[in-house]
Design a protein around this ligand. Structure first.
Ligand SMILES: NC(=O)C1=CN([C@@H]2O[C@H](COP(=O)(O)OP(=O)(O)OC[C@H]3O[C@@H](n4cnc5c(N)ncnc54)[C@H](OP(=O)(O)O)[C@@H]3O)[C@@H](O)[C@H]2O)C=CC1
Ligand SMILES: O=C(O)C(=O)[C@@H](O)[C@H](O)[C@H](O)CO
Length: 326
């Protein structure tokens, strides 16, 4: 009997074709975003599910869908999935690392540039007819080249941002992870490992690109922001919950931090109103991986994972391979 899978968000046609060649596919229509109750309902009798970062997989959901064996997300971040609960129930989880690394790093660097050089602020003034004349300090921001780039979360994407900073902009790279990188990588990137407190104090521009977890929740709150230079830029391309947005808004409003570039928000797609009114923040709607080639690669990898998982092959990018074979 053919296995049954749910495609829980609109996916490229190639994904549906690939999955339909192997399985009975139930795919949501158009712009449908399933509520948790709808997701539970649609998952009844399904062996596998293709999701994105917006569908939450909880222990309760797994218990309500005992046939489910594979959860394949089209994202590298997996904080929307209770991985331990999946592993305990021998449900395979896969994600899509690597294929989005360079694209997401591009967006991170673009946010850094736009925030430091006050580009959105300038564009808004221009469009609003507020560009009246030149002045020596008109929209004068911070330099990017030759400054100190701090990275909190120096993994795949963090290192790709470090390469841009080091080799494209002659920046000094400093970073913090829970564990230090091998010496060879530090040497290649000329990157210096610092404690988190040291990192916050020396960075002219700080990029957050660590996974969201109970440990990293609000790990950039008022005390951490207070350690940063008042001239610094903060970029968050990781997850909104890593930053205390009210504390960030206060720091930006009171001139204790110069600028911020944010692609992710704690309550997204809702955005904290305190951020929306500030001129010195560049806001993008979670588009870090949003180029057509990268999104197709992510979708293809998620589908490959699902096919492999349910046909007895080894999935390319499992998060809990210890549950294999299913
Ligand atoms: N805006 C967007 O569209 C996108 C956002 N993302 C986000 O970026 C994140 C990173 O992706 P990727 O680079 O591929 O992941 P990686 O796993 O390769 O890198 C994560 C890095 O963060 C470090 N880290 C983990 N926890 C902490 C912590 N508590 N404090 C400091 N450092 C920590 C890890 O090192 P160590 O374990 O040693 O601490 C590791 O170096 C994703 O989890 C996702 O949330 C990803 C893609 C697109
Ligand atoms: O991969 C991630 O972790 C992301 O945050 C983004 O690439 C996605 O846009 C999003 O999660 C869609 O699934």
């Amino acid at each position: 009997m053919r296995k049954k899978v749910l495609v829980a968000r609109r996916a490229p046609a190639a994904v549906i074709e690939k999955l339909s060649a192997q399985f009975d596919v139930d795919a949501v229509d158009g712009a449908t975003v399933l509520t948790p109750a709808e997701l539970r309902e649609r998952l009844q009798g399904k062996d596998g599910v293709y999701i994105t970062g917006t569908e939450r997989i909880t222990a309760e959901l797994l218990d309500a869908c005992p046939q489910l064996r594979a959860v394949c997300t089209m994202s590298v971040g997996y904080n929307h999935i209770d991985l331990a609960a999946c592993t305990a129930r021998r449900v395979l989880v896969t994600n899509t690392p690597d294929v989005l690394t360079e694209t997401t790093a591009d967006l991170g660097f673009a946010l850094l540039m736009a925030a430091a050089r006050r580009m959105s602020e300038g564009e808004r003034m221009l469009r609003d007819g507020q560009w009246k004349s030149w002045a020596w300090d008109f929209l004068a921001g911070a330099d990017v080249h030759g400054t100190t780039l701090g990275i909190l979360g120096m993994g795949r994407i963090g290192q790709a941002i470090a390469r841009r900073g080091r080799f494209g902009f002659g920046m000094r790279v400093v970073y913090h992870n829970r564990s230090r990188l091998p010496a060879q990588i530090e040497t290649e990137l000329a990157a210096r490992f610092l404690s988190k407190d040291e990192l916050l104090a020396v960075a002219d521009h700080l990029v957050l690109v660590l996974p969201y977890s109970a440990e990293s929740h609000h790990c950039m709150a008022a005390p951490e922001l207070a350690r940063m230079k008042p001239t610094a830029t903060l970029v968050n391309i990781a997850r909104g919950g890593i930053v205390d947005e009210n504390a960030l808004a206060a720091a930006l409003r009171e001139g204790r931090l110069a600028a911020a570039g944010l692609d992710v928000f704690e309550g997204e797609p809702q955005v904290n109103p305190a951020l929306l009114t500030l001129p010195n923040v560049v806001l993008t709607p979670h588009i870090g991986s949003a180029t057509m080639p990268t999104r197709l690669a992510m979708a293809g990898l998620a589908a490959d994972n699902l096919v492999a998982a349910l046909t007895g092959a080894t999935p390319p990018t499992p998060l809990n391979p210890e549950v294999l074979p299913l």
